[in-house]
Design a protein around this ligand. Structure first.
Ligand code: IPD
Length: 254
């Protein structure tokens, strides 16, 4: 299986959606989808473009999108978040991305994450390294919390996730500083390219972090679940780091 070809297709699709978005963003209408969860007409337009483009190129594959659900396939599965960080998009904060992952036999094997505002294109294929705008990227070697910058999100959709996150953060008094940017896919990529040392959040979905997880692993990072919940693909409870910060973060999340 040619994972690099899937990565390159993911990147082409993400860029096409980003270009469409930059042209039409001002016309997007916003709707409440669920508690603490918004969707825009731009999410739907991006997802339609991504599904059509990816399945036309790979008719044997399936498709799982945040907004329109699943199309079964016979080979791999495209896992797409048409805008990860929709709330930022709605508030015109520049932390939102198009995230396209490709899963094969249950494993995330290729992905691309594109920020249409900054023009950052992150991509990776299993075994072939991770790249930002064509240049190889790597995680930091920071292992001392006193020098670490850690991204996180509160897990706003479930009160129990929110409370557990707050309890965990209260144990992280040694961490130099925290950032909460509001796009899990983008934040995994920031760890991958060495701008952050770790990221954690509960209650995500595989489309939020699928591409980010491949990119981070290929950049030398570690992606797991929270302690005692290793199956993060199912639980959506994610701990992602440069690897060196994993023991400290794991202990604090316990
Ligand atoms: C959201 C972002 C955000 C995270 C939420 C996700 P969306 O994705 O990843 O960082 O805190 O849990 O749902 O809804 O903008 O695609």
């Amino acid at each position: 299986m040619d994972f690099v070809a899937k990565r390159d297709l993911a990147a082409r699709a993400a860029r096409a959606a980003g270009n469409q978005m930059m042209k039409n963003a001002k016309d997007a209408a916003v709707f409440d989808k669920a508690r603490h969860d918004v969707v825009t007409t731009m999410d739907l337009a991006n997802e339609n473009l991504l599904r059509d483009l990816l399945l036309a190129a790979c008719p044997q594959d399936g498709f799982l999108g945040e907004e329109t659900g699943t199309v079964e396939g016979r080979e791999g599965m495209w896992i797409v978040d048409p805008i990860d960080g929709t709330n930022n998009f709605v508030h015109r904060l520049p932390y939102y991305v198009i995230s396209v992952a490709w899963q094969f036999r249950g494993e995330l094997c290729a992905g691309a994450v594109y920020n249409p505002v900054t023009g950052e294109m992150f991509c990776a294929a299993k075994g072939s390294g991770a790249y930002l705008n064509g240049k190889p990227i790597h995680v930091t070697g920071v292992d001392d919390p006193n020098h670490a910058l850690i991204n996180f999100s509160f897990g706003m959709r479930q009160q129990a996730d929110f409370e557990r996150t707050v309890r965990s953060i209260a144990k992280m008094g040694d961490v130099a500083d925290f950032r909460r940017l509001g796009s899990a896919a983008y934040e995994c990529c920031l760890v991958a390219c060495g701008k952050s040392d770790g990221f954690f959040e509960r209650g995500l979905h595989v489309y939020d972090f699928g591409a980010g997880a491949v990119i981070l692993r290929e950049a030398g990072g570690t992606v797991t679940g929270w302690p005692g919940e290793e199956d993060f693909l199912t639980t959506g409870n994610l701990l992602a780091s440069n690897g060196k910060m994993h023991p400290y973060l794991t202990a604090c999340l316990a």
